[in-house]
Ligand binder design. Structure first.
Ligand code: UDP
Length: 239
């Protein structure tokens, strides 16, 4: 059997991916299919850390638009990611995958605090670690959290799971029939071309720390395994 390309991965799951077709809230069926994908790579012996988003429940900019103070609204967004993390943990554990949730903001009754070395130890012991609460700071995103945690735990790659989009395009493929997909990009190209892969803070952090990124379609069953096994799907961003 061929060896997996990556040993330790950070999987970024957006809130949108957790909402499924509904586009809002938590869809149990969507989480179940996501979990079976994660279980598949976990069984290959891959160390899996997950960074969850929260946009399916709340985003800081929604609050700002309503006239809320931005930082306050962002803290609500961070709390939303914790709800997603707990939902994901529940389904993973029901499917026999051992997990730990670590939050960047202390919530000791429901999850461990984020401790880098402890997270690494969990991964070595075969537990899936779910990082919740984003970076713990307003004005950031969970994409930046994915880049930050990937750097901290020395992950081999960030897998950026997208909803029904199979990579990075030069235009929105849902709106423009002539849009073409990039096979490979550099982080600098992503920033310079203003491509919607991650926000620029997340891209800069990934670039500065040399973290490769694979953008792929989560809705295609088996895709996480394909990426981990080194199949050329989606768009790879590195360098
Ligand atoms: N957030 C934040 N700091 C962080 C991560 C997230 O303030 O480090 C807040 C921010 O308001 C954001 C919300 O949490 O809008 C949800 O996160 P994100 O938008 O990254 O989720 P996703 O788009 O992946 O669902």
């Amino acid at each position: 059997m061929t060896e997996p390309k990556y040993k330790r991965i950070v999987l970024k799951l957006s809130g949108e991916a957790i909402a499924g077709e509904a586009g809002f809230g938590i869809d149990p069926e969507t989480i179940k299919s996501m979990v079976s994908e994660v279980k598949e790579v976990h069984e290959l012996g891959i160390e899996v850390a997950i960074v969850v988003g929260g946009g399916n429940i709340w985003r800081g900019n929604i609050g700002s638009e309503m006239g809320m103070e931005r930082a306050q609204a962002d803290y609500m967004g961070m709390l939303a990611t914790v709800m997603n993390a707990l939902a994901l943990q529940d389904v993973l554990e029901n499917n026999g995958v051992p997990t730990r949730v670590q939050t960047s903001i202390d919530m000791r009754q429901i999850a461990e605090p984020y401790i880098r070395r402890r997270a690494e130890r969990h991964l070595e012991k075969g537990r899936v670690v779910i990082f919740a609460g984003g970076t713990g700071n307003p004005y950031f995103t969970t994409d930046t959290t994915a880049a930050l945690r990937a750097a901290e735990i020395d992950a081999d790659v960030i897998l950026m799971a997208k909803n029904n989009v199979d990579g990075v395009y030069n235009a929105d493929p849902k709106l423009d029939a002539t849009a073409t997909k990039f096979e490979n990009l550099t982080h600098l190209e992503v920033i310079a071309k203003g491509l919607k892969v991650m926000d620029s803070t997340a891209s800069s952090l990934s670039m500065d720390n040399n973290i490769p990124l694979v953008v792929f379609n989560l809705n295609e069953p088996g895709n996480i395994r394909r990426v981990v096994m080194g199949e050329n799907i989606g768009t790879t961003v590195q360098g």
